[in-house]
Write a protein that binds this ligand. Sequence first.
Ligand SMILES: Nc1ncnc2c1ncn2[C@@H]1O[C@H](COP(=O)(O)OP(=O)(O)OP(=O)(O)O)[C@@H](O)[C@H]1O
Ligand SMILES: [Mg+2]
Length: 250
Amino acid sequence: MNIYSKQNQFINRINTGITGLDKIIEGGLPEKSITLVSGPPGSGKSIFSFQFLYEGINKNETGLFLTLDKKVDGLIIQSKKLGFDFKSAIEDKSVKFRFLNINKKLIYEAMVNEILSGNFDRIVLDSITPLSEMPIYGNYSQNNESNISIINSEEYPPNTNLPIRRLHLHYIINALESTESTSIVTSELPMGSSLFSRDGISEFLADGVIILSFDPTMNRRKMSVMKMRNTKHTLKPQDIEIKEGGIQFI
Ligand SMILES: Nc1ncnc2c1ncn2[C@@H]1O[C@H](COP(=O)(O)OP(=O)(O)OP(=O)(O)O)[C@@H](O)[C@H]1O
Ligand SMILES: [Mg+2]
């Protein structure tokens, strides 16, 4: 779907696979945008990601799922239970699931290599939180970003220096931005957090921010679009449910 933006440019919209969401964001995510999907454990971030990639398969697009969770096989089983069967897409190489080992020194390089390894239409990074909390060191200088390297998180204490962490996240977002892909990056949030991401930075770097939340006492799940560049959208939390077929608006 082509939408004529205020900047007089056509913006292609990429369906998320969540029909209700597409309806409130002018038809879908802006093509080539990066959207942060944040929420507490169990709020549906991974299911959102599966649904987004599966929608791509239905449209004969290609996808890359980068996970920091060891159990890629488990993820594929989990997604199949929800009705997203990636088996044949994996076999014909239209979708690639890749595990990134957070304890490996060259994780950032490995991630960038994967991102640049194909012309993926859709990329998911689930989640950015361990990467954004990983220490970095090197001859840090704001003028020479290439001196930064990433080290084994077990050997060095966490880096709390905000400018360096910001630069680190810039690297990750820059890698996604350098592609033609439309990307989803998930971020873990503590229950009841008022932040949009645990690092407090990713939301500024991303083009869009979607918050998933729930109210256990009311047995309700919610989705809120807090930011979506070039898009007129409501900020009102929308009632959602998770069932076979994934996330659906009520
Ligand atoms: N078949 C299903 N039917 C209904 N609800 C389901 C089904 N499968 C999963 N869920 C719900 O979805 C939740 C898991 O969602 P998901 O794995 O996407 O969460 P997440 O935000 O990625 O969590 P984490 O931060 O732990 O990775 C489960 O806790 C459960 O409440
Ligand atoms: Mg998850």
